[in-house]
Design a protein around this ligand. Structure first.
Ligand SMILES: [Zn+2]
Ligand SMILES: [Zn+2]
Length: 140
């Protein structure tokens, strides 16, 4: 844990970010989970250790982390921002029953051919969101 903490500090510094307790806590929290939490969910978690955290401070830490490319915003549902410390390209599976979100490795799917877009469009990025039922929600 000590080692992990100094690795996190190093990562923040290497991106030119001033290391604040809030940024550290938000980034460490995101690295420790894979459930793509919302700001509210991060706040709930952090308030266990950091009773002074407010949604606004968490939000500004997330903005700072996003600007340097350590965290990305994932929009899977209309109007809901979720955050992910896994910034390399990947897809998502979203359970329509319980809302669980999990990562799908980029290589699990064949590449989409951008050249199949109609002429005049220049595709740059894409990612797939698969909707369905997770193992806990499939009752047979
Ligand atoms: Zn489910
Ligand atoms: Zn993800």
């Amino acid at each position: 844990m000590q080692q992990q903490a100094s690795a996190i500090v190093q990562t923040l510094k290497s991106r030119g970010l001033r290391v604040t307790p809030q940024r550290f806590a938000v980034y460490a929290n995101l690295l420790s989970r894979a459930d793509h939490p919302t700001v509210e969910q991060i706040l709930t978690e952090l308030n266990k250790d950091f009773p002074v955290s407010s949604q606004a401070t968490i939000y500004s830490s997330l903005q700072a982390l996003r600007e340097v490319g350590l965290v990305r915003e994932v929009l899977l549902e209309q109007g809901v921002s979720r955050y992910d410390a896994k910034v390399e390209p990947h897809h998502h599976f979203c359970c329509r029953q319980c809302g669980a979100i999990e990562d799908i490795a980029w290589n699990n799917f064949q590449c989409i051919e951008m050249k199949n877009l109609r002429p005049g469009l220049r595709g740059e990025t894409y990612e797939v969101t698969v909707q369905g039922l997770c193992d806990r929600c499939i009752v047979d």
